[in-house]
Write a protein that binds this ligand. Structure first.
Ligand code: GDP
Ligand code: IMO
Ligand code: MG
Length: 421
């Protein structure tokens, strides 16, 4: 039996989707446990190129059973679209994708409120994905949520009616347009008809899997520093993202988690507002152009920065990371020099991530160390020994700083472009 959690050690988009797809070959169960369709996980393999929001990225491995745990919030329209897309691509999800009845439904008013709150906050906005994530989790913990299980019961209509009375008042007060009960009900009835075959209580499946020594691969959404408690609050997402969330989100006791893979991008990116100490602001610079990415869910431009070792080190400690997977090393090829933040200073004194809040983190001064770059294209490298010596030094420097070995190195976006050490 093994339970491996794959987590991002920065602000999301570290390449978790690619890594889960790569590791899924030896998994029996692949599962999502937190977040919702704010996630955008890119997978490139023999089936094609996919940006997946809800279905676990390990679905492509034929023998896996894919679980969407109760800790996940789901926009049914997005899930239906994703299932259709995967089936069309020949991935075959029917009979091996199960959604927990404990998961919460993202309703149209959650998306509307997400947008209205963001607009009302103006310059102080979070820069959310506007997928309704904050409002649906707020409803979950304030006993106002509508769960997947309600979909199937009489309760759905009465809960929806009651919620619309409340939500329409807020929506109209903020200048939005009220939703009509009949419209929402009919739309969601249609969704349920399509999604009923994928609904199953996961408890017996998970318990049986643990008893019979199955291999579980748990895929985090977002990243460590978007975690509601440990991230850069209030510039975070609305769910717990660290591995403890996998326990609540799937019903796996914490002591069963055997491995935690920390996916770390060779530089740093962030989407939305909030501190990014190593941020590169010069959009005309070569390094900015090299690092720039387009967000998988919203199509926004990701903010970029140099690698921040204080962030990676903190994530490794917080989540008990056992191995690192360093992604996008190939992107650094062609830089003469690479800057790495090795620590922070504030008013001349050394400070750690834990010493400051999000606003303090926005003020810290980064202490940089400069590393020599390499000019070779490394995207075809198959082993660590084939990497230029400066690239090897970069890798060993990271594992030294994080105190965790780098077991895999990504040298391209495709599943196969992965070096195992
Ligand atoms: P996730 O949200 O953590 O799954 O990451 P995203 O898919 O949102 O963003 C990661 C981006 O990096 C995607 O465009 C991936 O295709 C790409 N990617 C992942 N690993 C590598 C790598 O090792 N090299 C390169 N060049 N691209 C990678
Ligand atoms: P994956 O799983 C990067 C960010 C948003 C925003 C904040 C809150 O692909 O790594 P939300 O819509 O969750 O209320 O937005 O969190 N965010 C992500 N950033 N990758 C993600 O997911 C993200 N999911 C949410 O940009 O700053
Ligand atoms: Mg992403």
């Amino acid at each position: 039996m093994s339970v491996t959690a794959v987590i991002g050690s920065q602000w999301g988009d570290e390449g978790k989707g690619k890594v889960v797809d790569y590791l899924a070959e030896r998994a029996d169960f692949v599962a999502r446990f937190n977040g919702g369709n704010n996630a955008g996980h890119t997978v490139i393999n023999g089936f094609g190129t996919f940006k997946i929001h809800l279905v676990p990225s390990g679905i492509f491995a034929r023998n896996t059973t894919a679980l969407i745990g109760g800790g996940v919030v789901i926009d049914p329209a997005v899930l239906i679209e994703e299932i259709e897309l995967l089936n069309k691509a020949g991935v075959g999800v029917d009979g091996r994708l199960w959604v927990s009845p404990r998961s919460h439904l993202i309703m149209p008013y959650h998306k509307i409120l997400d947008g209205l709150y963001e607009e009302a906050k103006g310059a102080g906005a979070t820069g959310t994905t506007r997928r309704g994530i904050g409002p649906v989790f707020a409803d979950k913990v304030s006993y106002n949520g509508i769960r997947w299980t309600d979909f199937a019961s009489e309760a759905f209509e009465s809960r929806l009616q009651m919620q619309l009375v409340l939500k329409n008042k807020i929506i109209t007060a903020l200048g939005g347009e009220a939703l009509k009960y009949e419209d929402v009900r009919e739309t969601y009835r249609g969704f349920y008809a399509k999604l009923k075959p994928y609904t199953k209580e996961l408890f017996p499946l998970v318990q049986d899997g643990l008893k019979t020594n199955k291999h579980f691969l748990l895929e985090q959404a977002m990243g460590t520093f978007l975690d509601t408690d440990w991230g850069t609050y209030p510039f975070v997402t609305a769910s717990t993202t660290i591995p403890s969330a996998a326990s609540a989100g799937l019903g796996i006791p914490p002591r069963y988690i055997t491995d935690v893979v920390g996916v770390t991008k060779a530089y740093t990116t962030r989407v939305g507002a909030g501190p990014l100490p190593t941020e590169i602001h010069d959009v005309e610079s070569d390094v900015y152009k090299k690092f720039a990415e387009v967000a998988a869910t919203t199509g926004r431009t990701r903010r970029v920065g140099w690698l921040d070792l204080e962030i990676v080190r903190t994530a490794a400690q917080l989540s008990g990371v056992t191995e690192l997977c360093l992604t996008k090393l190939d992107v650094l090829s062609g830089l003469n020099e690479i800057q790495v933040c090795v620590g922070y200073k504030m008013n001349g004194n050394a400070v750690t991530y834990a010493d400051v809040d999000a606003y303090g983190l926005g003020e810290v001064e980064c202490v940089y160390q400069t590393f020599k770059g390499w000019s070779e294209d490394i995207s075809k490298a198959k082993s660590f020994d084939e990497l230029p010596v400066n690239a090897q030094t970069y890798v060993t420097m990271i594992e030294g700083a994080a105190g965790v070995p780098v077991k895999w190195i990504g040298v391209g976006p495709e599943r196969a472009a992965t070096i195992r050490r």
